[in-house]
Design a protein around this ligand. Sequence first.
Ligand SMILES: [Ca+2]
Ligand SMILES: [Ca+2]
Length: 256
Amino acid sequence: MPIELGSTDITTLKLGSTDVSQVYLGTTALLSTSYNFGNAIFPDGVNDDALTASTLSIAGTTDWIVSFWIKGSGSSNATNMMMTRSNTNGNYIYMRTGSTPYIRWQHGANNTRHDWSDSGLSGWDDGNWHHVYFYRVTNDRHLVFDGVDYGDGGASAAQSGVDFNSFFSRYNSSSFYSNVAMDDVIIHSTTGSVAQAQALYNSGAGANPTTVLGATPEHWYKFDINNGDTTVPNSGSAGTNDLTLSNFSGTYIQAH
Ligand SMILES: [Ca+2]
Ligand SMILES: [Ca+2]
């Protein structure tokens, strides 16, 4: 809610030199708090690999969501791999700059892809954080980007379930790497919806995923580690399934 001083709405209130992040009426907090993203990971686009200890897998007959935040820029690679399966060319998500499709989900035999080429996605690499959310609708995969419903990507063949173990590279071909910052990767068995995606997006401020989902996500990579660390824990309810980073250099963990 806006705070009005005289006739002017203000979005930041400072006492002395300190931002005030909450306002109370008596003991009641007046401002809704946005999600604290903590740190994020910034692959450099050259040979960055990351493997989970065991495969992130959800059957094709079970409802699920895959959600993450990304930030691309003019120096992002032409094709940026988000998540893949290391021992097959058939399972991957990519985001592409400069040409369509901008976003692809493929799970299953090669060339059975959901592709999204909508003009509303063309600015995903504009240097700002954006929210990407896929969910299962029987044999189709639907995309919600920044809270906007883009529907299914028109694959001609049914997609299998979630089946990933590699982040940031198409490990099997070793020719596609990610140069896109990423945070809060969530994979969870639940029935997805546009409304749920919008709740997670929440006008860019983000909402606490546990609150939105009504449960701790099963697989949840927050990247809230220190620069130089190479082990990203699964903060989800499915338990230990560390993501081990290889070939990262420079300041690859930064505040969101
Ligand atoms: Ca590298
Ligand atoms: Ca984070």
